[in-house]
Design a protein around this ligand. Structure first.
Ligand code: FES
Ligand SMILES: [Fe+2]
Length: 485
């Protein structure tokens, strides 16, 4: 097996091992591969400066977390975005299903005529055409392949209709596609990429809740919800680390939620939670990691009255690709939801905040691909994202980790990435299909909102052509006045 990525992954592994040798940062940087390395999972990665008390008693904050990341529920979409069968609509008049991927597996999602959501492998059992290029048949509620019109029933994954099949002939017994269990909760669609039978024995993912146990999505909670679903060409681990890192806010988010006036010294304490761990630099606020890839941020603008919870699923869709399924709940300025222009402005601000992170993470990812190290040196407040990186090392970063299952060893990194994002390239203007609302034309567009780019808008047009136009008008007026004089 000669994946080009192995080289980079080995470097990452070595860097993390260097970080955990128990010696000073300077020592670890100077002596790569220190002989005093403990085993990978023996101790948590402690901050370079700081004592065990400062990191919540020094306990292993991630050792209780499961290491099989396939046996997990992943937030993959919002319920409202899953295309549903429209009675009687077939062919080009029918909606197209949603295309995405999870842990490198291309997937297709849709709702049948009863409204039940289905998820199956995005590969036709006839000749492997992507099912996501097809439609949701409005007569049957099944997904219909664009190539020869075979129809697949979502619960069993069986082909139930083959238009060209001779009269009386049976449907081939192996005409079946892999199915993925689906669960909907709090308006979010969760998909299980592991063995389907294991999903039945596993608890549902935790609900979006306040610390006091109020279900945030319930209308009676007093909270309103803002959402975003974004496909980003970034490894999900970089976004998770970013969201666990309060020290970047005054710099990376200057102009939105950050200000250089708010620069402060930081000391992070960490505590274990049932399904992850969380860190605090102030008592009222926390950044929490919930396995396998979810973040909860509690950031009340006015503790005790104005409250805010952000749930951010950083779902690993493919190597170097992630989908962010973002929910922000707040109990203040709730009236903004009823004023569409203000709500749009509010949502745009949220998108800009993500874009500020996106820009720098994309650059960081490029450096990592040039074999730079994800961590070179650390300070105390880095202990939270570092604890996550240690968890990552035991799960997604394993050499036989989820990315590599099913690949035959002939593909390099670029090929793998294309597999995770083919739809973005195929959804081109030259395509004969109608506009596909669930296939963002570029990864910076908001899922389900074609043409709405995440990239901040350039300055208003009038700011560009206004001054020269005004100068030209003034010059013309002056010239004509002079000519008359
Ligand atoms: S490839 Fe799907 S029907 Fe033939
Ligand atoms: Fe950020």
């Amino acid at each position: 097996m000669t994946f080009r990525m192995h080289c980079g992954a080995d470097r990452v592994r070595q860097a993390l091992d260097n970080q955990s040798c128990g010696h000073s940062v300077q020592h670890r940087v100077a002596v790569k591969g220190c002989a005093a390395l403990p085993a990978m999972a023996s101790e948590p990665l402690l901050p370079a400066q700081g004592t065990s008390a400062e990191v919540g008693g020094g306990g292993v904050v991630y050792a209780h977390l499961p290491t099989d990341v396939r046996k997990q529920w992943y937030a993959l979409a919002f319920s409202a975005d899953i295309p549903a069968a429209k009675p009687k609509r077939v062919g080009q008049a029918a909606p197209t299903p949603m295309s995405t991927s999870l842990l490198g597996d291309p997937l297709v999602l849709w709702r049948d005529l009863q409204g039940k959501a289905h998820c199956v492998a995005d590969k036709c059992p006839h000749r492997s055409a992507p099912l996501s290029l097809g439609t949701v048949n409005g007569d049957s509620g099944h997904v219909e392949c664009i190539y020869h019109g075979w129809q697949i029933e979502g619960t069993s994954g069986h082909v139930v209709e083959i238009p060209a099949l001779q009269e009386g002939k049976p449907i081939p017994s192996n005409a079946k596609v892999q199915t993925y269990p689906v669960l909907e909760q709090d308006g979010v669609v969760y998909v299980w990429p592991g063995p389907p039978e294991a999903a039945e024995d596993t608890a549902s993912p935790p609900r979006d809740m306040t610390d006091e146990g109020t279900a945030l999505a319930d209308p009676s909670s007093g909270f309103v919800l803002s959402t975003m679903c974004l496909d980003l060409p970034i490894d999900h681990s970089l976004m998770v680390e970013n969201l666990l890192d309060p020290a970047h806010i005054p710099f990376a988010h200057e102009g939105t939620i950050g200000s250089r006036k708010k620069i402060e010294k930081m000391n992070m304490t960490i505590e274990k939670t049932a399904n992850g761990f969380r860190g605090r630099i102030k008592p009222e606020y926390y950044n929490a990691f919930e396995a396998p890839c979810n973040i909860v941020l509690h950031t009340p603008p006015k503790p005790g009255s104005w409250d805010m919870y952000q749930y951010v699923a950083c779902t690993p869709t493919a190597p170097g690709q992630m989908r962010m399924v973002y929910r922000a709940y707040r109990n203040f300025a709730t009236w903004v939801e009823k004023v569409p222009p203000l709500k749009r402005a509010f949502d745009r601000m949220s998108q800009k905040i993500v874009f500020q992170d996106y820009q720098l993470l994309l650059g960081q990812q490029l450096r990592l691909r040039e074999h730079a190290l994800p961590w070179n040196s650390t300070i105390q407040v880095d202990c939270l994202p570092l604890a996550y990186r240690k968890y990552w090392q035991r799960t997604f970063g394993k050499k036989d980790g989820p990315w590599w299952r099913g690949w035959d060893g002939k593909l390099d990194l670029e090929d793998l990435e294309k597999l995770g994002s083919f739809d973005k390239e195929f959804d081109c203007n030259g395509c004969a299909l109608p506009k596909r609302p669930h296939h963002p034309q570029n990864v910076l567009e908001v899922s389900g909102t074609p043409g709405v780019a995440l990239r901040p808008e350039p300055s208003a047009a009038w700011k560009v052509w206004g001054p020269p136009l005004a100068a030209a008008v003034l010059a013309t007026l002056c010239t004509s006045k002079l000519m008359r004089a």
